[in-house]
Design a protein around this ligand. Sequence first.
Ligand code: C2E
Ligand code: MG
Ligand code: MG
Length: 429
Amino acid sequence: INDSLGHAAGDELLMGVAGRLRSSVRAGWETRQSVVARLGGDEFAILLGDVRDEADAGMVAQRILDGLASPFNLDGHQVFATVSVGIALSSPGDSPEDLLHNADTAMYNAKAAGKARFAVFDQGMRERAVARLEIETGLRKAIDARELVLYYQPELSVSSQRVIGYEALVRWNHPERGILPPSEFIPIAEESELIVHVGRWVLNEACRQMAEWDKEFVFDPPLTISVNVAPRQLNDASLVEDVKRVLRETGLDPKRLKLEVTEGSIMQDPEMALATLRRLKLMNIGLEIDDFGTGYSSLSYLQKLPFDTVKIDRSFIRELGVCPESSEIVRTIVNLARSLDMGVVAEGVETKDQFETVNTLGCGYVQGYYFARPASAENAEALMRERDNLRRAFVVLQGTDGRSPAPRRGDQIAKPPANRAPETALVRI
Ligand code: C2E
Ligand code: MG
Ligand code: MG
């Protein structure tokens, strides 16, 4: 408000809020010994006397939220002030600082749960806050300490039954706790700028790895590499520059890089997301909507956005054969994607039945434990090498009758080993 309507309007809003806080407190029995104060910036604190329990404090908090629900009139503009309220009850031995600190912790919990809410402090919040802080400080160091690693999970084409690319999935090789899954640290990183640093590392490493595999193996058609992009990254001006730089540095063809974004990150700031996605599309980067069906997205935006692929969330795939509606949902998403000229990946395919069902429903691509779990670069590479060796052996066998097989579309060409004639490296699988 300071930026848009000026400081005088900002001051007026603060006074307006203070007035409503005072009357919310004054309206109840707790008036005695209560104090309303502004701590600074846009933070207020209220010390309530005569509060018996959480419920009492909660009633006041609700009255405050209700009192602030109607807009303020600032210089002819209607302005809403949404607030988050944290409540802490004092126990014997608490210092004033403890009390304020606990109320602060509760306020952050209220804020994280959504706007215009209140939350009451409990000890668990403190423990979680400490655990988060540990993760956050540890993660800041993890990038430089080379503790982050990428795992790779293949995406397959249903029609050719072949791997078309890999999704890069980050893990944290924690010095004390071992390999941590992204659910343990990505949500925490996403609360701050930290995710931009983690995301940049992932983007660099995934492209570097793919470029390295290119040197070692020849894939025909070339494999793609999918990288997850967090909401904050999509709304960060540096994303497009980062992508340009990494492509320049690795020499990777932009068509081989795919970025995965969720509906939620698009809807946070649809205009900004649209602009960024269009710039990426102009560079020929592949764009995928991840976890489709779990978030909220506006169909009108979906139509405007330059996506190539929809990844159906694994919750729908899991329900196939269990809940009859889920196959209708998958069918509907496939039809929607088709009419928007997008490909469809079924995520989380774990069984043969699920694979057959998604195939019948028209999904062109699949990813899931049924085919492969995410694996470290070394393990993914070992599989590539094994396949390559098998192919080479096959070619050598074929080559014994003096005829080498004619190349066909879709053939995979393995790089010839240094000590063998190049034609022996042509393979068909
Ligand atoms: P996602 O992008 O939807 O990734 C797919 C997740 O599903 C992966 O979990 C993968 O291991 C899991 N999965 C694949 N197939 C199956 C299956 O058949 N069954 C089951 N139950 N699960 C399957 P993971 O690696 O734990 O990643 C979880 C989420 O963490 C990802 O979901 C993504 O949202 C996020 N994430 C992972 N890496 C990154 C990253 O580098 N950056 C960002 N921003 N987020 C990441
Ligand atoms: Mg993904
Ligand atoms: Mg997903």
